[in-house]
Design a protein around this ligand. Structure first.
Ligand code: AMP
Length: 608
């Protein structure tokens, strides 16, 4: 491996990149830099994003600029405003020790006047998106006569976005003698056309094999029925508690819908698509970059400019219509020497596409099995244990509080305390997965794993709670109470509450505990006494309300009705109250950026 010095990179640039932690050149830099610093005029480089290509073209371009001439000498075209800003920022960093070198990012969506002012002051390197540059050319505020180096970055993306004509027009304004470098992750026919038209005997450099995805990326697909896609997504997200990834959807609408659902279900997610204003998109991207958001639901186009190196996962919520886009999506993980996983949640009809993609990326997909509830709970539990082990303890601050905590917990054994901490964090998750239906895979290879989380019908009081609404036993009244499993209520606690709050002894009949409320039967003669005694009391800080159940009442099995606010008899017992202890979406919005350990303090999915 050569050093930057051996590649011919000047000392003032080396000083800057060393400060940025670039010790050795990455493969694409080793290949491209000598050509660009030498005599070869045109180069085609096939390289994925995240391979170090910005420095590969950026360092030589900077080195070739004559700072004494205050005219544009290099033009870098790229598809999105975000990438434009990123490239310009990187160039500014690399040129920290080059005096009087000016780089101007030119992109749509921001004031054209200030860009014109900067152009008038004089710049040597223009980094531009095609649309805005055309605008400036038409206003005659930019002159490309002196440009000697042109770089087309992410050329395939620019073509995908319909910039072919704009690129033609721009290149026609640049003198013929310029040298040109084209970067592309894939090599579709249209790129070949451009290179033929604008390049002379280009040197072709391939980093990795042509059209091959990054070797650091594992490709996995989960085959589910179309109706189960969202549930499968949740399970996958739950199975990777430290996931930091982009979920790609096809349309803006689907993107928003999935993001909304995830947010509602308590995930640390947000959306990024073209229906948002530029300011909103910037805000979301910034939150994602600093890991204040763990899951970004995005369209292909909106995510293009987002450059994040350490994504653990890319999730394809369905495969892209255009198979080439798969390479771009998956290339967002497994970057800068890290490994990543590209997950595709597909339905049977998409199986053919998987095979087509395999040919393009030159790699086989693994078929995944949707994680079982048990596996998810175990994974989350171990993650919590891991966090407990690694948490930084501020001894000074916490030691003041500990004596009273020790006193209060003195009666509990260590094992009990651990059990309770785990239960606090996980009761809801375990409840959710206990009740959750398995996701059936259309494939025969699927094996059911949920053995120790029996389905609801097999559970202890299933005989009482299954079936539709029911009336009370003869001589008994059926009462509704607004607390349920979420409040850690079980038949014993419910009986305890009745004993505590009702002055006289009351026989309790059948009890049905639901997720967020319950039913219990008491002798008719005692019903009003119980209602009076229990109402307005509190359980774990929640005001209790008891009333006679209308139309009998009863769980309707494990249906959306019991979980999301169902009609029981004539009366609607809403089961969708906000849960205590869980963060609402607005909390996430106001939360401070977390450090690398995202989901700090633990995300609590709202499993209701
Ligand atoms: P890029 O493909 O240009 O977006 O680069 C991907 C990431 O690799 C960026 O975070 C760069 O800062 C980083 N990078 C580029 N070149 C080097 C290098 N020689 N050594 C270490 N990191 C690098």
């Amino acid at each position: 491996m050569k050093t930057f010095e051996e590649l011919g990179v000047a000392a003032n640039i080396r000083k800057a990149i060393e400060e940025m932690g670039y010790e050795n050149p990455m493969p694409v830099q080793e290949e491209v830099i000598p050509y660009l610093l030498g005599d070869t005029s045109d180069v085609i480089a096939l390289a994925q994003t995240g391979t170090g290509k910005t420095a590969a073209f950026g360092l030589p371009v900077l080195q070739k600029v004559n700072v004494k001439e205050n005219v544009p000498q290099a033009l870098i075209l790229c598809p999105t405003r975000e990438l434009c800003l990123q490239i310009a920022g990187d160039l500014a960093d690399y040129s920290k020790y080059i005096d009087n070198l000016r780089v101007l990012p030119v992109y749509g969506g921001s004031s054209i006047e200030s860009q014109i002012k900067s152009l008038k002051r004089g710049v040597q390197i223009i980094v531009a998106t095609p649309g805005r540059l055309i605008d400036l050319i038409n206003r005659k505020t930019v002159d490309l006569k002196s440009v000697k180096n042109v770089v087309l970055d992410e050329a395939d993306e620019m073509l995908n976005m319909g910039f072919t004509e704009s690129i033609d027009e721009i290149l026609s304004k640049v003198p013929e003698g310029r040298s040109m470098l084209l970067f592309s992750a894939t090599m579709p026919k249209e790129i070949a056309k451009i290179t033929k038209k604008y390049m002379q005997n280009p040197k072709e450099i391939t980093i990795g094999r042509k059209n091959e995805g990054s070797s650091n990326v594992k490709h996995v697909y989960y085959m589910v029925h179309a109706k189960d896609k969202y549930l499968a997504l949740k399970r996958i997200a739950d199975f990777y508690p430290n996931i930091y990834g982009i979920i790609f959807c096809r349309t803006r609408r689907e993107t928003q819908e999935i993001a909304d659902k995830l947010i509602q279900d308590g995930y640390n997610a947000d959306s990024l698509h073209g229906d948002l204003s530029q300011a909103q998109r910037d805000y979301v991207m910034q939150k994602f970059r600093i890991r204040n958001i763990q899951l970004l639901v995005a369209t292909d186009v909106a995510a293009r400019g987002l450059d994040v190196d350490d994504l653990t996962h890319v999730i394809n919520y369905g495969l892209p219509d255009d198979i080439e886009s798969y390479t771009h999506r998956s290339g967002r993980t497994g970057r800068a020497g890290k490994t990543g996983t590209s997950i595709s949640i597909v339905h049977v009809k998409e199986k053919g596409k998987i095979r087509e993609i395999e040919k393009i990326i030159n790699k086989k997909f693994e078929q995944g099995t949707i994680p079982s509830g048990e596996a998810i709970c175990e994974k989350q539990l171990l993650n919590l244990v891991d966090r407990i082990e690694k948490v930084k303890v501020n001894e000074d601050e916490i030691s003041k509080l500990l004596p009273s905590v020790y006193r209060k917990l003195d009666w509990l054994e260590k094992e009990d305390i651990i059990k309770r901490v785990m239960a606090l964090e996980f009761n809801r998750l375990i409840d959710y997965y206990r009740d959750a239906q398995e996701i059936e895979s259309p494939s025969d290879r699927y094996t059911r794993e949920e053995k120790s989380y029996p389905r609801r019908k097999d559970r202890e009081y299933s005989d009482r709670s299954s079936g539709g609404s029911r009336g009370a036993e003869r001589g008994y009244s059926r009462l509704f109470i607004n607390i349920g499993r979420t409040d850690h209520v079980n038949p014993a606690t419910l009986m305890g509450l009745v004993n505590d709050f009702v002055p006289e002894k009351v026989n309790i009949g059948r009890i049905d505990i639901m997720q967020n409320f319950s039913f219990f039967e008491v002798p008719e003669k005692d019903a009003q006494k119980v209602i009076k005694g229990m109402s307005k009391q509190e359980q774990n800080g929640r005001r209790i309300s008891v009333e006679v159940a209308q139309g009998g009442g009863g769980d309707r099995g494990n249906t959306g009705a019991s979980r999301y606010g169902g009609r029981v008899g004539k009366k609607e017992y809403s089961d969708s109250r906000p849960e205590r202890g869980s963060r609402r979406n607005s909390d996430y919005k106001s939360s401070k950026p977390s450090d690398k350990g995202h989901r700090k303090g633990g995300r609590k999915p709202k499993y209701s």
